[in-house]
Design a binder for this molecule. Structure first.
Ligand SMILES: NC(=O)C1=CN([C@@H]2O[C@H](COP(=O)(O)OP(=O)(O)OC[C@H]3O[C@@H](n4cnc5c(N)ncnc54)[C@H](O)[C@@H]3O)[C@@H](O)[C@H]2O)[C@@H](O)CC1
Ligand SMILES: Nc1ncnc2c1ncn2[C@@H]1O[C@H](COP(=O)(O)OP(=O)(O)O)[C@@H](O)[C@H]1O
Ligand SMILES: [Mg+2]
Length: 278
């Protein structure tokens, strides 16, 4: 299993071309946030904006509108039960579904809408409640460029492998049965692409707080939106999430998701400058 390195991150995060605009950096839709877990969608969307996503929209429970606008005016909003959701989905580069979505009937309906609308060239990041829904309802998967981001319990539900039996070899075999890339999150997350496996060498228990995984989904979405859907973009996103948290944890006991999000543009500027100096 190969370790992800800072060098790879510097290769991925390049200075932006002068002649570019928001349309060059990805159209991202975050689908999630029910009445109870609105914060998860706000964190995911905030991470996508602060990690450089060009245009970020959120499909969420209507009750989250004011909080999202107040916290993140850069994001656009649509209620996730709006009849126009299917049309909006078709214009996206990257779709994240699951942070705070919940697992009730509304959530299942929203997930079905996304599965019906998604096209093969679109990136679909499946996280949180959406993983639990796919696992419990044994849902048929559409054609798309999948990225799965289960924590160990979600991975147990999806793969059938008990947490204690989640060895790299067992995880790799189960990941190979799923389309796309699987990120099995833990204190040392493992990333399985269709052909290779990697481990994230950074990160700490300062990240062990609700919302850390929601934040990761937004960073992955922004990196794929800006730097293309390739293994390097996904690996660099995983590393960046933890490396930023490590910087914060050097003088803070906890690296809260909101703190990580705030620190993303500064970290990315340093990586881009390092890549420009190579
Ligand atoms: N601010 C918010 O609105 C937040 C909403 N969240 C959302 O809440 C929904 C439920 O997600 P949860 O992950 O809380 O619930 P889950 O029920 O999916 O997983 C939590 C359960 O798994 C167990 N577990 C074992 N190993 C674990 C591991 N390595 N990591 C995490 N759990 C492990 C826990 O003990 C617990 O019983 C998701 O949609 C999620 O996105 C969470 O992200 C927390 C923050
Ligand atoms: N002890 C730890 N060391 C390193 N990273 C951790 C640790 N605990 C949690 N993380 C990271 O935090 C994130 C947690 O994701 P998840 O459980 O989905 O959070 P949530 O759903 O609450 O947002 C993952 O990226 C995981 O790798
Ligand atoms: Mg999660």
């Amino acid at each position: 299993m190969q370790l992800i390195s800072a060098t790879l991150v510097q290769q991925v995060i390049q200075p932006r071309p002068t002649a570019s605009y928001k349309g060059n950096y990805g159209r991202i839709l975050i689908v999630g946030g029910n009445a109870r877990f609105g914060g998860a969608a706000i964190l995911s969307a905030s991470a996508a904006v602060y990690a450089g996503g060009g245009l970020v929209s959120v499909a969420t429970d209507a009750v989250n509108r004011d909080a999202l606008h107040a916290r993140l005016p850069e994001a656009m909003i649509i209620p996730y039960d709006d009849a126009n959701l299917a049309d909006l989905l078709q214009s996206m580069t990257v779709i994240v579904i699951g942070p705070g979505l919940g697992t009730d009937e509304t959530a299942l309906k929203v997930l079905n809408t996304v599965f019906e609308a998604v096209a093969p060239e679109q990136t679909l990041i499946i996280d949180g409640s959406a993983i639990t829904l796919v696992a419990t309802h044994h849902m048929r998967l559409p054609k798309a460029r999948f990225i799965w981001t289960p924590h160990q319990m979600e991975w147990q539900r999806l793969s059938g492998i008990a947490i204690a039996a989640q060895t790299p070899a067992a995880n790799q075999a189960a990941a190979a049965k799923l389309p796309g890339t699987v990120i099995v999150k833990s204190h040392r997350s493992e990333i399985f692409t269709p052909t290779r496996s990697y481990q994230n060498p950074v990160g700490s228990p300062a990240m062990a707080t609700g919302g850390s995984g929601d934040t990761l989904t937004g960073i992955i979405a922004a990196f794929v939106g800006q730097f293309g859907h390739r293994d390097a973009s996904i690996l660099a996103a995983v590393y960046t999430h933890s490396a930023v948290a490590d910087l914060i944890a050097s003088d803070h006991y906890v690296a809260l998701p909101s703190m990580v999000i705030q620190a993303l543009p500064g970290y990315m500027a340093k990586m881009a400058a390092a890549s420009a100096n190579d």
